[in-house]
Design a protein. Sequence first.
Length: 461
Amino acid sequence: MEQLETFFYIVIAKDKMSAQIHCTDTYTFSSIRNEDWNLDLFTILLEKNKVIYGINFDKIKLIINKKIKKEDFPITIANGQPAIHGKDGTINYELNTSSKLERTNNRNFRDVMRIPNVQVGQKIITISNPTKGTPGINIHGNILQPKPGKTVTIHPGENVEFAKDKMAFFATANGQLCIKGNFIHIYPVFEVNETLSMKEGNLDFTGNIVIHGDVPTGYVVKAEGDISVFGMVEGAKIISLGSVYISKGLAGQRTGYIKANENITIGYINQGYVHAGKDLIVEGSILHSECVANNHVLVKKGSIIGGKISAGASMEVNNVGNPLNIKTEISFGFDKSKLENKKLLLTKKQELIETLKKLTLLEEKLKEQKPAENHKVRITLLRIKNSFQNTQVQLDKVNTIINTLNSQMGDMNQSKLIVRDKIYQNVFVTFGKYKRFINEDNYYVQLRLIKNEITMEPIME
């Protein structure tokens, strides 16, 4: 052993993860006598230096067998096993959270940003738990504990819930995704605190939109909820699946368009196109515009002058027309788009009924051919039965849509036009297919359809 230490010594790395064997200047191949040196002696040398793990005995054998030259020293003779530290928990976004729009050749130049929209029940983020890691061991046989990974620090905020079993965050409301610090929020309202400009561009949002300013010409604002504009709308498009509120009015310049599936409340309408799924309520006047309301039109303080105004149920206004006798058209009962749609559906319904009749006749003829004895006939009968069922399902759907349209188009016998002040000459009033031309000025009147005739009755002032 002492002779071995004359020629070799061990150097331990500072991190105690490796050990090298060095040779002294006196070492030569002639120094080695195979009968004196063996693995046990080298093992004792290593143990004396407290090296007990990760020893490379193959390299020791090469030294004993004179396979390693003096100039090849030092030789790494032992290696520890490093600890594998745990991995941090991860956050995986299930949707695009960026407000940047992809630039395409056909992109509207006013489309400058996108709102990260989220639907109820939509998965927003999936997270994973951190791992603990794997212990290691150094050359002295000491266990090295790994560092555990860090837990994800993100929490559900407004309108967001965390499903522990799925390790995911879900939206509990439609709206705008917003991540602030370590919290995820879904805001049902998207607000613009000034007149809409190229800073925001066109808007398309799943919740409500509130604009504290004007909507200039050329912009498009869409929302699955309500849209409120505390200003004026020019030649822009406002489209809502809910209701629309415009504090000032629509200066449409013959291009402005407002559509809502529910109610529209507005200051005034000038040279615009408006379609309300239910009621249209106007504080001021409607001038030279085309407006449709499936239920009621209420003009609180002003007049209807020029253009075409249609209501499904009733219309109430101070004045209709003006002293210049500008042509003004008032109609009741339905809008043309619903009538055209109903015609198409009735044609489709008749086609489906004829198909059912043909399938029934064909089935009866095939049954006369003893299907129990003919495999091809049985297969054909099954196909006919399947086609009959599919056609019946289509017919039921068409009937449902027709019934819905009938309820929306209303009863013209209940429709009426109430003029609180004056209806001027050159006004056309239509109830379905019945028309009446107003050829003289009238005050404080009500027009209704009674027994297929449009009547005009006085009302109390």
